[in-house]
Design a protein around this ligand. Structure first.
Ligand SMILES: Cc1cc2nc3c(=O)[nH]c(=O)nc-3n(C[C@H](O)[C@H](O)[C@H](O)COP(=O)(O)O)c2cc1C
Length: 189
């Protein structure tokens, strides 16, 4: 097995650009609301941290208007867009809600959430209602740990084409599925 595996000749690379190799996905749209104001931002820096309770950690830069709404309301909705929304996703991540209502600007539909004040985005195929579970690392790293308290997902498709950010304006669209279930211990599935 090892004999046929390719080995890579490597070179030095700027550590500030390693996102190209590690950036997780999918890119999501974070909707937030506070005192009658609502907003959307694009987010690539998120990670699942625990199954039960369902914890998701993410970086929301303090320079973003969303930071104000999320840190004050302690809530948000993480919406997962499909590849057909890629251009809108890029544009949402390149303008601020301080000057504009992005729902109106990008003709997106807000739908009421059940447990949080932030709206769901109807055009996204999955929407996760989140409440702040731990804000201990917000001050130092802008890192919010949310508990997903409600998930809205469609029946089909199970694995739609999502978009994944590589930095430098480059995106990857999710592709071929690989079912390796048989290699997993049951408790790892
Ligand atoms: C593909 C992409 C991914 C991004 N990921 C993040 C992220 O994980 N965290 C973050 O703070 N900003 C991220 N941004 C930048 C924000 O989306 C951007 O600053 C946005 O304008 C903030 O909007 P707001 O000021 O209305 O909150 C990303 C932008 C793009 C285009």
């Amino acid at each position: 097995m090892g004999a046929e595996m390719k080995r890579y000749k490597k070179m030095d690379f700027p550590v500030g650009d390693i996102r190209r190799f590690l950036e997780p996905g999918p890119v999501v749209l974070v909707s937030s609301a506070y005192k009658g104001e609502r907003n959307i931002m694009t987010m690539g820096w998120h990670t699942v941290m625990e199954f039960v309770p369902s914890l998701v950690g993410c970086v929301i830069s303090s320079g973003n208007h969303s930071y104000e709404l999320v840190s004050r309301s302690k809530e948000c909705v993480i919406n997962v867009p499909t590849a057909d929304l890629a251009r809108i996703v890029a544009r949402i991540g390149n303008c601020s809600g301080r000057e504009t209502d992005k729902f109106k600007k990008f003709k997106l539909t807000d739908a009421p959430a059940e447990h949080v004040g932030a709206p769901l985005i109807a055009e996204c195929y999955a929407s996760l209602e989140c409440k702040l579970a731990d804000g201990l690392m917000v001050g130092k790293y802008n890192f919010f740990i949310f508990e997903v308290v409600k998930a809205h997902v469609p029946r089909v498709p199970k694995y739609p084409k999502t978009i994944h950010y590589r930095g430098g304006g480059q995106f990857m669209v999710s592709g071929r599925a690989l079912d390796l279930r048989r290699l997993f211990r049951p408790e790892m599935l």
